[in-house]
Design a protein around this ligand. Sequence first.
Ligand SMILES: NC(=O)c1ccc[n+]([C@@H]2O[C@H](COP(=O)([O-])OP(=O)(O)OC[C@H]3O[C@@H](n4cnc5c(N)ncnc54)[C@H](O)[C@@H]3O)[C@@H](O)[C@H]2O)c1
Ligand SMILES: O=c1ccn([C@@H]2O[C@H](COP(=O)(O)OP(=O)(O)O[C@H]3O[C@H](CO)[C@@H](O)[C@H](O)[C@H]3O)[C@@H](O)[C@H]2O)c(=O)[nH]1
Length: 434
Amino acid sequence: MRLSIIGSGYVGTTIAACFADLGHEVVNIDIDEDIVEIINDGRAPIHETGLDELVAAHAGSEGTGRLQATTDYEAVLDTDVTFLCLPTPQNDDGSIDLSIMEAGATQLGETLAEKSDWHTVIVKSTVVPGSTEDTITSILEAESEKTVGEDFGVGMNPEFLREGTAVDDFLAPDKVVLGADDDRALADAHDVFDPLVAQADAPVVETDTRTAEMIKYANNSFLAAKISLINDIGNVCKEFDIDAYEVADAIGLDDRISEQFLRSGVGWGGSCFGKDVAAIIAAASEVGYEPPLLNAAVEVNDRQPHRLVDLLADHSTLEGAQIAVLGLAFKSGTDDMRNSQAIPVIQRLQELGASVTAYDPVAEDNAKAYLDDITYADSAANALVDVDGAVVVTDWDEFAALDEEFDAMASPVVVDGRRTIERRDGITYEGLTW
Ligand SMILES: NC(=O)c1ccc[n+]([C@@H]2O[C@H](COP(=O)([O-])OP(=O)(O)OC[C@H]3O[C@@H](n4cnc5c(N)ncnc54)[C@H](O)[C@@H]3O)[C@@H](O)[C@H]2O)c1
Ligand SMILES: O=c1ccn([C@@H]2O[C@H](COP(=O)(O)OP(=O)(O)O[C@H]3O[C@H](CO)[C@@H](O)[C@H](O)[C@H]3O)[C@@H](O)[C@H]2O)c(=O)[nH]1
């Protein structure tokens, strides 16, 4: 099929390259000329394992030609299906900010006015229930002067990929959710996903657009709440001097609980969990329901960075101290700093009078936009030299190999927020939940 994909960030570029690899003709549309140029040069505009190779295989002079990029929405006219992969950030009150989706839908609708045959639009972005029907479809109808269900179809297909493993996650999904309110849109969605579903042997969930939207929020809320629950339990374990990881290993053997997402510590960050949980809380409260468990999941998560710093303060005077922060990215395998727990950890350390030396293997450049007045080290070993304490915020493998590097610390106190460091003689070691 011929696909146009509007928005070429983490999701848009990943799915474009993967769909091209599955045999579709794909064009990425983005307002950012640099991104367009990079893709047309056969490179990936973001850091994702395996993505450079896939883009090179299908775009640029050496590629199959099945993947192209442009800033021109007119490219939609030569395609059958359009995916909207635009950002859905949060407003100050936590509610979803649909303005970028509205701008994209307006441009798309204006373009569709020129299309003479049927077209299907699929919302891939995470949007609160009702947005596809009430906001996106209304704009498309108004701008194109066409009628949904007669001239064009609309579907909703939430995405569950994780950053760092985006390509593998997209190509081997646990499920494919196809939401649509009319049969032709659903049939088009099936035609797009058939090669993936056949290759991955993935279950397909067919539903309406509002339910598809809610499935995405339920998925992320459940995972975020699961981490907060194990963090809450982990904090209890710490008070009882019990190892929360031993407890998690045991409860994870129960299939109803599962071993995944039971790593307790400094909490969740990233571009999705925070904004999505906030958006569904705000959407629920707008219709008269305050979800207590979701609010608690956020509260537990907000407390973990302070607990980490408090634990360090139990061993070291922070006023005037130099503290090493190992890891800045919101998780290992990415340079993404959005909502990283490193930000509140560092801000709290600074509030308490400490100076910070930070090290991250890939996130330093991005960190500079979020953090002020910190010194960056070029290795974990150098970050540890002469410091009065260290905290681990990101679970990078290379931190697990640290050993005699701790001997260079002025005062060898290490507080681990990710269960990454090996306990060893000669250091005072505290795990956040063990
Ligand atoms: N990042 C993830 O891991 C992930 C996973 C699942 C779902 N999602 C959801 O997918 C959506 C997109 O997220 P993302 O992380 O890919 O965003 P992103 O910020 O990485 O990329 C968005 C792209 O859209 C472009 N853009 C902005 N306005 C535009 C316009 N009017 N026309 C064309 N292009 C425009 C930007 O230049 C950017 O390249 C969000 O709703 C997000 O919640 C993200
Ligand atoms: O046991 C765990 C697992 C994760 N985390 C933290 O949780 C955050 C999110 O991790 P992860 O889910 O791996 O990364 P994301 O790329 O943010 O992916 C989530 O958000 C995406 C965007 O919506 C969804 O598509 C994915 O399904 C969902 O896992 C990170 O800070 C992790 O360190 C923990 O603290 N403990």
